[in-house]
Design a protein around this ligand. Structure first.
Ligand code: SF4
Length: 380
């Protein structure tokens, strides 16, 4: 029986990497620039992510499948300042360049490393994905669930189709980028969420990365004008000291005080089963530190109704409540058509629809008629 590795390295599931994202080295080696590892890869070997590999002195990359599709409220990604209420058609492939023990998407992200992570790829092409996104009423197509940087060529293929169909595009990513991959993505991406997991390089090394490429990516995305929101999953004892949170939020506020920061509650998952779950009081403490550092839009996530006013958006100038939320649900929306505060007319930073049309769904769902979709996706 073919293994997952056999399936993912078959001719139909790979193609040559985009020339912008790799180069040839000596002795038939290649260097990949799709993520901050910048792996030098010997002939016959994969990179750290296990999904991009060197065959005959050429870099091959994942193509033509998804491991998961789901319709999410955009608030779940989470984007709070980008088309509130929009349905985000979300797809993911397999693999990751990090190996976080608390990963909440481990079934797809660690599929190539962990035999317990079983996730079957579905054959698909970009036209059918986008057609299905339109049929569900989606406004945004999002590459998520695995680390999208390592499958950037496929994401861009889908995003090209999405743009032609009038849809917006987004990445939900760990932010371990390079200048090369960000330039490659720049024309095709509207919103970018970076998961800033810590502000300590030693913690990043435990997760298999380094902090510097992530900080560089955050600065670069902001400079490029791609709408950026940041998430930090607050893990008791790992990244929640006052010092670390002060340094993290001071850095973000230095890039821009208008970048929304979502500080979200950890629950025990995957291999991280020892720290206690994050309490509402921990999120409130982090929010206070972030506010003192100068951030204007701070949200507390994963504990709906238990974090006071930290699910809502307020005007930074006059304090008017502009968007009221409960979890992913929008309870009230008061922005003007131009995205301004109705009380003082100050603009709210973000990307806004001309009109708020309500939400198709305030909780995730699988595409309607998924069995039929899978059948369509599986056609030769
Ligand atoms: S995506 Fe990152 S981990 Fe994978 S081969 Fe390229 S540089 Fe290495």
């Amino acid at each position: 029986m073919a293994t997952l590795h056999d399936i993912l390295t078959s001719d139909a599931r790979v193609r040559e990497g985009d020339p912008a994202l790799w180069e040839k080295l000596d002795r038939n080696r290649v260097r990949c620039y799709a993520c901050g590892h910048c792996c030098p890869i010997p002939e016959g070997q994969p990179g750290v992510c296990k999904v991009r590999f060197n065959h005959g002195g050429t870099l091959y990359v994942p193509w033509g499948y998804v491991a998961g599709i789901q319709c999410d409220p955009i608030e779940k990604k989470p984007f709070f300042h980008a088309h509130p209420g929009a349905l985000a058609y979300s797809f993911g492939m397999l693999g990751c360049d990090l190996h976080c023990s608390y990963c909440q998407n481990w079934v797809t992200s660690q599929a190539l490393r962990d035999p317990n992570a079983v996730s079957a790829p579905l054959e698909v092409d970009p036209e059918l994905l986008v057609k299905d996104a339109l049929a569900q009423g989606a406004k945004v197509v999002v590459s998520t669930y695995n680390e999208p940087l390592i499958t950037s060529e496929w994401a861009v293929a889908v995003f090209r189709q999405a743009r032609q169909a009038g849809l917006l595009t987004a990445f939900v990513s760990n932010g371990n980028g390079t200048p090369q991959v960000l330039e490659y993505l720049h024309p095709w991406i509207d919103f970018y969420k970076v998961d800033l997991k810590s502000f300590d390089d030693r913690h990043y090394r435990e997760l298999g990365g380094r902090i510097q490429p992530i900080l560089d990516t955050i600065r670069a995305l902001h400079k490029m004008g791609i709408w950026l929101e940041i998430v930090t999953l607050l893990i008791p004892g790992f990244n929640d000291s006052d010092d670390e949170l002060r340094n993290l939020t001071t850095f973000l506020a230095g890039v821009s005080p208008d970048i929304p920061w979502h500080v979200t509650a950890f629950h025990q998952d995957y291999k991280m089963t020892s720290p206690a779950d994050t309490r509402p009081a921990d999120l409130l403490r982090a929010a206070t530190i972030g506010r003192d550092a100068g951030l204007r839009y701070i949200y507390a996530g994963n504990l709906p109704g238990r974090v006071g006013d930290l699910e809502n958006t307020h005007c930074h100038h006059c304090g008017e409540m502009l968007i009221q939320r409960y979890g992913y649900s929008i309870e009230e929306y008061k922005l003007t058509l131009e995205g301004n505060c109705p009380a003082c007319h100050a603009p709210l930073p973000g990307r806004w629809s001309k009109k708020f049309d309500g939400q198709i769904a305030a909780s995730p769902f699988l595409p309607h008629g998924r069995a039929q979709l899978v059948k369509i996706l599986s056609q030769p």
